[in-house]
Design a protein around this ligand. Structure first.
Ligand code: AMP
Length: 605
């Protein structure tokens, strides 16, 4: 029996780990004498440093330190050179997580294995997979990835929300590297995300950078020295800029004094930054966050007047101008009674406790932040499948070498942005040539009609029996709360082929997420393919869970036939009668679809 559960906020600037104990206490574990540690990794010539020691070392040897690595999560080819090694963002993040794990274990005298890790709501699948891979590399089992603003909302009490009265909350999360805005419907203990918008390249780091540019301009004008080519001077200026920014949250003017040696010349920097000047430097950034907040309101189909509470999350919301602009734009005083640096980790700890069965205090429903779909020949394409065949990219045996680089341009969403998770949708496509032989299911994520502007998540090929052009093929996506995608492909009259595409798992020890351009596990009929039994059971239980949830929405005695179906399904699950299971599964899905699930059918190739 578990006694504790853990949640980690792996931040751009700082990271934090929270612990929920069976006794009901939710606290942050202090590390290095503080609640949060800098997300910095350094190498001092002898050993790896993390946290505060690494941040200090970064001031002396900036070229031997890495900060804000989160900004590169999911970039397949990005590497930093450190300690004589080429490290991927996953490897650097793994060092931060391993440090948090080891230090927290030393502090509490208990082994930490299973954790919930948070990510910006706006993170795409490759970024989420990279986060899971980093956790696994650090020796952790990542039981769930949750969105930072959703986690923060979990750390807040819903006291205003009575059972029957639903409240709307807006979470404004501005940290060191990312901005997220989520709208939630809160009713009693249930928190449901309605919409999320954000920018994974906007935060306190950018504000520091603006101050640095401002200081560099001043130095050039006043002293005729250009510090921008000197990494040591730039690291020092960045530190001074951040300190001045933080000071301006409580004072109206921040003095900036330091002594530099740049290219053999001495420089005495004696200047000051006023709050007014700083506000002007970051004004456009703040306006862009408010534009995202308006977009989130629009997507949630409400206006600012419908918002009951605005919660501030992330270190950069301490900036008075941020609070002022948020209050002005939304017409409501924002609140931050849970520490803006800790609420995300505390919420991750709360989620971990819910998952471990240590707490039943809340229910959370989250959404898919981006649309997920496939590439298909359509409006956006100048090419046709016949042209691909003519160019030797497809033949009856499957794809030719290099065909991967030639996905069609048209993106057909199957699961739309802001869809509640878990979700299941099916689209109908058509083969484009006679005897096509194979179709490529290329999965993309994003909002653009053109796949080139979206993120390529993965792809696989499905062999087809001989069919004339225009034969229908159905592609279904099932997306669970953990980002596990089950893709089913079926052709009329043919056996259903099921392909599992686990976007969150990576092979243990691998430096990068495992999903690549390789065929996915094939599950014909009821075979599991190479997917584990657990995985299959997870998908099946997911179906039961959804049916139960849908049944619970109506009166208790409604749909006796579905209750019966569900009972037989459970029985057959125990008995392992695959043929009957298939039929029952189809019937349950049909009922789910008929009872309100939106199914869209678009025609494409
Ligand atoms: P987080 O990612 O939530 O840890 O936020 C870190 C960011 O918050 C960094 O850019 C910090 O410089 C910034 N920050 C922390 N405290 C303050 C403060 N008092 N005023 C302004 N920015 C702050």
């Amino acid at each position: 029996m578990k006694r504790a559960a853990y949640g980690i906020d792996l931040g751009t600037t700082n990271s934090c780990i929270a612990r929920f104990t069976g006794a009901g206490a939710l606290t942050v574990i202090p590390i290095d004498g503080g609640p949060t540690v800098p997300s910095v990794v350094a190498f001092d010539g002898r050993e790896w440093l993390c946290g505060r020691r690494a941040a200090n070392h970064a001031m002396l040897e900036p070229h031997n330190a890495v900060r804000s690595i989160k900004r590169h999560m999911g970039e397949e080819h990005y590497r930093v050179r450190l300690g004589g090694e080429e490290l991927s963002p996953v490897q650097v993040s793994a060092k931060i997580l391993a440090y948090l794990k080891a230090q927290a274990e030393a502090a509490i005298g208990e082994a930490i294995r299973e954790v919930v890790i948070t990510v910006p709501a706006w993170f795409n699948e490759p970024q989420r997979r990279a986060t899971v891979a980093a956790g696994e590399m650090a020796g952790l089992t990542v039981t769930r990835i949750i969105n930072e603003p959703t986690a923060a909302a979990l750390a807040y009490r819903a006291d205003g929300a009575r059972e029957e009265a639903e409240e709307r909350w807006l979470v404004y999360d501005l940290g060191g590297g990312t901005f997220d805005c989520s709208i939630l419907a809160v009713s009693g203990t249930c928190k449901e995300v309605l919409a999320s918008c954000g920018n994974t390249f906007l935060g306190g780091d950018d504000f520091d950078h603006r101050i640095v540019l401002h200081l560099v301009d001043g130095i050039r004008d006043r002293d005729g020295i250009d510090p921008s080519a000197d990494p040591l001077a730039m690291a020092r200026l960045r530190h001074l800029a951040e300190q001045a920014k933080i000071r301006l949250s409580t004072e109206v003017e921040a003095p900036i004094h330091d002594h530099f040696e740049i290219g053999g010349r001495h420089l005495d920097l004696v200047t000051a930054l006023t709050r007014g000047a700083f506000n002007a430097l970051i004004e456009d950034y703040l306006e862009s966050t408010l534009a995202k907040a308006r977009q989130a309101l629009e997507e949630a189909r409400i206006t600012a007047a419908n918002i009951e509470r605005v919660l501030l999350v992330g270190g950069s919301t301490r900036i008075p101008k941020v609070q002022e602009r948020v209050a002005q734009a939304l017409g409501i005083e924002p609140e931050a009674y849970v520490d803006v640096d800790l609420s995300v980790a505390l919420g991750a700890g709360a989620q971990s406790a819910l998952d471990a069965g240590l707490s039943f205090a809340q229910v959370v429903v989250d959404i898919a932040p981006h649309a997920l779909g496939v590439a298909a020949l359509g409006d956006e394409d100048e090419r046709s499948a016949a042209a691909l065949v003519a160019r030797g990219l497809f033949d009856e045996d499957g794809p030719a070498e290099g065909a991967w680089d030639h996905h069609p341009l048209t993106f057909v969403p199957i699961i739309r942005k802001n869809t509640r998770l878990p979700a299941r949708f099916v689209e109908e496509f058509y083969t484009s040539i006679d005897e096509q032989g194979v179709i490529e299911v290329a999965v993309y994520q994003g909002e653009s009609r053109n796949t080139r502007d979206n993120v390529h998540v993965g792809a696989f090929f499905v062999p087809l029996p001989p069919m004339p052009a225009g034969s229908p093929v159905q592609i279904g996506f099932e997306y669970d709360r953990n980002g596990l995608i089950q893709v089913s492909v079926s052709e009329k009259g043919g056996a259903l082929k099921r392909y599992t595409m686990d976007l969150n798992r990576s092979a243990a020890g691998n430096s990068e997420p495992a999903l690549r351009r390789r065929p996915l596990t094939v599950d014909e009929g009821s075979e599991d393919g190479d997917g584990s039994a657990d995985e299959a059971a997870g998908v099946l239980n997911f179906l039961i869970e959804r049916v139960e949830r849908r049944l619970a929405e109506g009166p208790e005695e409604a749909h006796p036939e579905v209750h019966e179906l569900l009972a037989s399904y459970r029985q057959q699950l125990a008995a392992g009668d695959d043929e009957r299971l298939d039929g029952l599964e189809e019937a349950l899905y049909a009922w789910l679809d008929a009872s309100g699930e939106e199914e869209e059918r678009l025609s494409a190739v």
